[in-house]
Design a protein around this ligand. Structure first.
Ligand code: WT7
Length: 644
């Protein structure tokens, strides 16, 4: 199949679709012609205490100010819970599938509402109030969703930290937003292994004086120390707490959550999302992109520690009254067929996962997939990194039996939800392309000078105007927000991604154009890994770049210069890998470390990463111009000692 093969919409499956091709065109045109009118209508999909009369008030220039529905009042937990009680109180809201295939649980909207209210009451009892920050460091258990919604109910701002992050990473995220409460668990489970969450949390809290209370979920039952006066068992607090808790009225622009994400420089940024616009965007995109129909089971395999989990496990599905599946485990444990087993077991209709998972399943062939019926499936989705056409086609043919639409959804932590993706029954698909923008999204490609490029071309991906789900600021650092996203191409939101647009106007995301890596769909700043490396007593200097990796998309390639007198041994190499794992977390473990007696620098001392990327990728015959190097001999040495 050629690179630009069209997989056309199958009319027999499109019956009853929310949006068909004609409706998509109308929506696109309407959102552009009359954004106020379009979003005034769409805003009705959430439950308002006071409906907004002001719809859009946004500016990408000057101080950059983004406000949507600014005089509306709502509470996100009401949209996700209370308003469903009458119509679908006994419907399952969350299907929980444990790491151990023998364990699962179903939580109805009524149960979930009560659990959220109890925890919110308990948190209130600990003094948590509107605007306070609460850090969640939890495994993929129902309590993670309960805790997010309990924060929302009180107007507290949650900051979820992925359970795979180290104590140091957790500590810096707590310190940055000065959380007063941490909610964690004794241990997590993943792929048959235990994750020592409480132990990590205790380590982190040594440097977090703002945290006054810790709520601990008893999950595995593993022994953990509890500090009197600070630590409380979740089940004990909730048993005593009131099952009623009035929702806090929130302005549409009051913060809902902070989520830390890596950029090209410095420490992770606290991406801030507010209540009204985010929730509208979560519900809108979940319904349109997945053609969600009442009663269906939706499974997003992400972790709630990432934005994908926020928007497509918790807020989007619950705002739409959906049944959302939450999976504690990993796709290949205990068997490589685990996903399809779960699909059959819970009759999953919509399955949303990452290319890295698809590639690792693809490697095992078709048999594990064919073993299960997968009859319930209706739509397949992909997210997190570019999906190569081979993996797309395998997903389409093997998992989807050449029948189901595949939606490759492009978005970012910053965008709150999906921006570019086919609507499954409105837009023909091409393997490897995220295709076209959603209604209300105006992408463009610009050259390095910021000139808008027309028709089929390649360039930097920018968004020309605001959409409701856009991040509002970097927590307590609006200057950094402006700097990061609006200064490269003034007046435009710069995504940090490069993209190609074909003659049909389809977008093909080519990956980051900045110093951000995407390793198995996890985003990582090269600067963070470098600073972890140079924190080691034997390291003088380090430069980190991405390298192509068959499974992970990108691997982490590190050039390390040792302090004089230090020996570059195999033992030290292993020690450095372990060091980075410990400093940041297992997801940041280097794939390759090359000893570099020197790094290629310009005469002004700037490391020429372009050259380092080429060497890591083994593309040394296209190094480009090296004449500006201070010492060109460095490059020859690096080439001859390339690892891998
Ligand atoms: C970066 C954002 C989107 C939620 C999960 C990751 C890359 C994401 C795609 C896609 C090509 C993609 C981009 C983006 N990315 N989805 N469908 N095709 N690239 O969120 O951690 O904020 O990372 O992931 O490079 O900028 P994130």
């Amino acid at each position: 199949m050629p690179d630009d093969a069209l997989i056309t919409v199958k009319p027999e499956l499109a019956q009853g679709a929310k949006v068909d091709a004609a409706r998509y065109r109308t929506m696109m045109a309407e959102a552009l012609r009359d954004p106020e009118g379009f979003w005034r209508e769409e805003a009705k999909r959430v439950a308002w205490m006071t409906p907004p009369t002001k719809i859009k008030n946004t500016s990408f220039t000057g101080d950059v100010s983004i406000k949507w529905f600014e005089d509306g009042v709502l509470n996100a937990s009401v949209s996700c819970l209370d308003r469903h009680l009458e119509s679908r109180g006994d419907q399952v809201a969350i299907i929980w599938e444990g790491d151990d295939p023998e364990t699962d649980a179903k939580v109805t909207y009524r149960d979930l509402h009560e659990r959220v209210c109890r925890l919110a009451s308990a948190m209130k009892g600990l003094g948590v109030k509107k605007g306070d920050r609460v850090t969640l460091y939890l495994p993929m258990i129902v309590e993670a969703a309960v805790a997010m919604l309990a924060c929302a109910r009180l107007g507290a701002v949650h900051s979820v930290v992925f359970g795979g992050f180290s104590p140091d990473s957790l500590a810096s995220r707590i310190e940055d937003c000065e959380s007063t409460l941490l909610i964690t668990a004794d241990e997590g489970r993943r792929g048959g292994r235990k994750v020592p969450l409480k132990t990590n949390a205790d380590e982190a809290l040594k440097s977090c004086p703002t945290v006054q209370n810790v709520i601990v979920v008893r999950n595995t039952g593993g022994e953990v120390p509890m500090q009197a006066g600070r630590d409380h068992w979740y089940h004990e607090l909730c048993a005593q707490a009131s099952p009623q808790c009035e929702p806090e009225p929130m302005n549409a622009e009051d913060p809902l959550f902070i989520l830390y994400t890596s950029g090209s420089t410095g420490k992770p940024k606290g991406v801030l999302h507010t209540t009204g616009g985010y929730l509208v965007w979560a519900g809108f995109t979940h319904e349109l992109v997945f053609d969600y129909r009442p009663g269906e089971v939706f499974w997003c395999t992400a972790d709630v520690g990432w934005v994908t989990g926020h928007t497509y496990i918790v807020y989007g599905p619950l705002a739409n009254g959906a049944t959302t599946l939450m999976f504690e485990g990993v796709p290949n444990w205990p068997g490589i067929d685990r996903c399809w087993q779960v699909v059959d077991k819970h009759q999953v209709n919509i399955f949303y996962t990452a290319p890295t998972a698809i590639r690792s399943l693809m490697r095992e062939g078709e048999a594990p997939v064919r073993k299960w019926s997968r009859k319930s499936l209706r739509i397949l989705g992909s997210v997190g990194e570019p999906i190569n056409p081979e993996a797309w086609l395998w997903y389409y043919r093997t998992v989807g039996e050449s029948r189901l639409p595949v939606v490759d959804t492009w978005w970012q932590t910053e965008t709150g939800g999906i921006l570019i993706s086919p609507l499954p029954f409105a837009v023909d698909q091409k393997p490897g392309s995220a295709t076209l923008p959603l209604p209300g999204v105006q992408p463009a490609l610009v050259d390095n000078e910021g000139n808008i490029l027309e028709s089929a071309t390649e360039g930097n991906l920018v968004i020309l105007d605001s959409w409701p789900g856009q991040m509002r600021t970097v927590f307590r650092d609006h200057e950094r927000f402006i700097q990061t996203y609006f200064s490269t191409f003034p007046g435009r939101y710069f995504t940090g991604d490069g993209a190609r647009r074909d003659a049909d106007g389809y977008y093909w995301i080519t990956g980051r154009v900045d110093d951000v890596l995407n390793v198995s769909g996890h985003r990582m700043g090269t600067a963070e890994i470098e600073s972890a490396l140079v924190a080691h007593p034997k390291v003088a200097e380090a430069a980190v770049v991405g390298m192509p990796h068959a499974l992970k998309g990108q691997g982490i390639y590190c050039y390390v210069t040792l302090k004089s007198g230090e020996e570059p041994t195999e033992a030290l190499r292993k020690e450095l890998v372990a060091w980075v794992r410990k400093e940041i977390g297992p997801i940041a473990a280097p794939d390759a470390i090359q000893w570099a007696p020197g790094l290629p620098k310009t005469r002004s001392g700037k490391i020429m990463r372009r050259i380092l990327r080429k060497i890591a990728a083994n593309e040394t015959d296209s190094l480009g111009d090296t004449s500006t190097l201070a010492d060109p001999t460095v490059v020859q040495d690096l080439i001859s000692n390339r690892v891998g």
